[in-house]
Design a protein around this ligand. Sequence first.
Ligand code: GRF
Length: 203
Amino acid sequence: TRIAVVISGSGSNLQAIIDGCKSGQVEGQVVGVISNKADAFGLTRAKNADIAAIALPLKEGENRADYDLRLGDELEKLDAELIVLAGFMRILTPEFVSRFAGRLLNIHPSLLPKYTGLNTHQRALDAGDAEHGVSVHFVTEELDGGPVILQAKVPVFEGDDADALAARVHTQEHRIYPMVVNWFCQGRLAMMQGKAELDGKPL
Ligand code: GRF
């Protein structure tokens, strides 16, 4: 399976997926990495792994629809069968989402449906939650609202700050994202009528 990863930042999840492909844990290959931030460290990770690294910064005055068209065109040029959003910090248009319907995955650092959007770790701390975690989901038009495929929980410890909690969550992200990507590559995972299915059974 030809995988494209779309990022904005450090790309530690990207790295976990690259490593998974290399080790054989993921039955696919990362054929390109696209970043809206030209200086994202994830692009360096791609180059280091001999993967096409594409910087796609927003043009001055460019609207969301036009940017998403360019992004979609780059993904089609890569012939990507699966598009993995890994720390991509832009909201996608409904047109983009429907162009790649059922082939778009995202990872969100909360136990969805809790804490869509930003600053999830601090919000979990502020709420006094005893546990927190991460969700991998199919992307739909609704921000962080698509069907959840897999979640991992972590405990919240007394004295945690947002960084400590984020680090604990990240460890789980790197474990579950390659796993879900591999399910897709194996043809076991699909979105049917807006619901996620694994091996033909609803999740
Ligand atoms: C992760 O916390 C992910 O859940 C969120 O953005 C962050 C990306 O981290 N969507 P990295 O760039 O993969 O290190």
